[in-house]
Design a protein. Structure first.
Lengths: 114, 121
């Protein structure tokens, strides 16, 4: 069975500073990996996804993530954070062999200081 | 392109009452998912439909939860009777892929609706 761990429950970052959110997954086959963002009272919005190919993936809103198979990680990064990036971020692993089922991590809440 | 629609956005009920949520997926999407998101946790899959058939309902508490997608388009999720621990956000998502047609080894993106926040008192 697949699982996802997001070790950081909360992260506080100053506006303009860089941000890195950690994600570790467990899955026996090649994973399909996703990062979603959820603003208060909103649904989940896809930031980026990794299916295959280049391990550095570019997403929307200036985010990128790097797939590292040897570390079972898919960390999300942004070079310069904006106040509007304050939200909750979820990493998820998809299992194509299991009908595209997504398993989510517990999320990381990002607070942005002015 | 219109996104996934859900209603109502908020619902407050007392325990042992029943409640129903509605979801309309993105047009043309074959697969529909219902997730439960308890406060402070990531979403957990309750049930997955492909067209009007159930693909996975292993996490659905079938003694009180039911879901249908009769015409392969919109879907309803019902809880009867509700318990306090059912308080959560119920998210609906849809994706394009038709399993079998796309084949094992493929996957595609799930698009989420705004969710229904349920409070059980």
């Amino acid at each position: 069975a697949q699982s996802v761990t997001q070790p950081d429950i909360h992260i506080t970052v100053s506006e303009g500073a860089s941000l890195e959110l950690r994600c570790n997954y467990s899955y026996g086959a090649t994973p399909y990996l996703f990062w979603y963002v959820q603003s208060p009272g909103q649904g989940l919005q896809l930031l980026l996804k990794y299916f295959s190919g280049d391990t550095l993936v570019q997403g929307i809103k200036g985010f990128e993530a790097e797939f590292k198979r040897s570390q079972s990680s898919f960390n999300l990064r942004k070079p310069s954070v904006h106040w509007s990036d304050a939200a909750e971020y979820f990493c998820a692993v998809g299992a194509a062999a299991a009908g595209n089922k997504l398993t989510f991590g517990g999320g990381t809440r990002v607070l942005v200081k002015p | 392109e219109a996104g996934v629609a859900q209603s109502p956005r908020y619902k407050i009920i007392e325990k042992r009452q029943s409640v129903a949520f509605w979801c309309n997926p993105i047009s043309g999407h074959a697969t529909l998912y219902w997730y439960q998101q308890i406060l402070g946790q990531g979403p957990k899959l309750l049930i997955q439909f492909q067209n009007n058939g159930v693909v996975d309902d292993s996490q659905l508490p079938k003694d009180r939860f039911s879901a249908e997608r009769l015409k392969g388009v919109d879907s309803t999720l019902k809880i009867q009777p509700a318990k306090l621990e059912d308080s959560a956000v119920y998210l609906c998502a849809s994706s394009l892929a038709l399993r079998g047609l796309a084949g094992l080894g493929s996957t595609d993106t799930q698009y989420f609706g705004p969710g229904t926040r349920l409070t059980v008192l």
